[in-house]
Write a protein that binds this ligand. Structure first.
Ligand code: ZN
Length: 303
């Protein structure tokens, strides 16, 4: 009797905890990056916090027949947040419409690295991410957004959107320490080897730049973690995360967890604790994940 009672009790607590977790859907399937290697890292970053359950929806591959796309119908509204690790062919119009309505109605969205390269011609998507790179983006897409004298600056000079130099470790500096996502975090930390996205352009409305890094390409403070509002929805946009070794950074894990929780609820409560191994300005803190990293970081060129 007693063991049955305990089983029921344990089951009840387990169900309660599962029900209490925030539901995230990661979309991947096409990318000029190794999405099949990085999606499991994103999943681990979220689930290891204990705050999320994560499902993955993989689109048809590049060049797939129309029927394959017709069969791809993710139910975004089953989730509190959708995270994109996707950079590829346009989604079918019906999926785009459902997604736009999902965010407009209050759904959360998280854009990872090259997800901001996708959909240069989808107006609502660009309103959500604020700025993006490549895909033909230029001054017609909107201003180049960066931080100047501690303030958000919109540079309307003509030029292409999207650039980066060689991968390297760089310092991420918090620009807004009063946002729930950044509150209590060290002001500056050294981020693992990554691309430092620069010259991102877009409508750049309703953007709050949470953090930035100085680009050796442009010599300005380029935004790398941003939040945006899109009607009733909340968007967390990180330009970080080129490869698995870029994501396996305790600083990235922390801000991704907090950004995703904020996109889901508008607050950061479940993921507010600052990890003891959070990186410092002088040293990267690498997250240990079995079997990772699978990708090899490029070695610096010999002089
Ligand atoms: Zn990249």
């Amino acid at each position: 009797m007693r063991s049955i009672f305990y089983s029921i009790l344990v089951f009840a607590i387990g169900s309660l905890q599962a029900a209490d977790k925030l539901k995230v859907l990661i979309v991947d399937g096409q990318n000029n990056h190794k999405w099949d290697i990085t999606t499991p890292v994103l999943k681990n970053a979220l689930e290891s916090s204990g705050a999320f359950t994560v499902d993955v929806s993989t689109t048809p591959p590049k060049g797939a027949p129309k029927e394959a796309w017709h069969a791809w119908k993710p139910v975004f509204s089953d989730y509190q947040v959708v995270m994109s690790n996707y950079n590829g062919e346009p989604w079918p119009q019906n999926v785009r419409d459902v997604f736009t309505k999902y965010v407009a109605d209050g759904g959360g969205f998280v854009s990872i690295h090259a997800a901001n390269n996708s959909f240069p011609d989808w107006k609502e998507y660009n309103d959500m991410i604020g700025v993006g790179g490549w895909g033909g983006r230029n001054e017609k897409s909107g201003p180049w957004l960066y931080v100047k004298d501690g303030k958000l600056f919109r540079d309307t000079t003509a030029g292409n959107g999207g650039a980066h130099g060689a991968q390297h470790e760089f310092v991420v500096e918090i620009q807004n320490p009063d946002h729930p996502i950044t509150r209590g975090l060290p002001k500056r930390w050294l981020h693992a080897k990554d691309e430092l996205y620069s010259k991102l352009r877009g409508p750049a409305e309703n953007v709050d730049i949470l953090s930035s890094s100085v680009s050796d390409l442009t010599a300005v403070n380029e935004p790398n973690n941003m939040v945006l509002g899109y009607q009733k929805g909340r968007v967390f946009h990180t330009t970080l995360g080129h490869a698995d070794y870029s994501m396996l950074d305790r600083g990235f894990y922390t801000i991704l967890q907090r950004g995703t929780e904020w996109a889901a609820t508008g607050n950061v409560e479940r993921t507010a604790a600052v990890p003891a191994d959070f990186p410092t300005e002088a040293a990267v803190s690498v997250v240990k994940l079995e079997g990772y990293p699978k990708q090899e970081a490029p070695k610096p060129k010999k002089p």
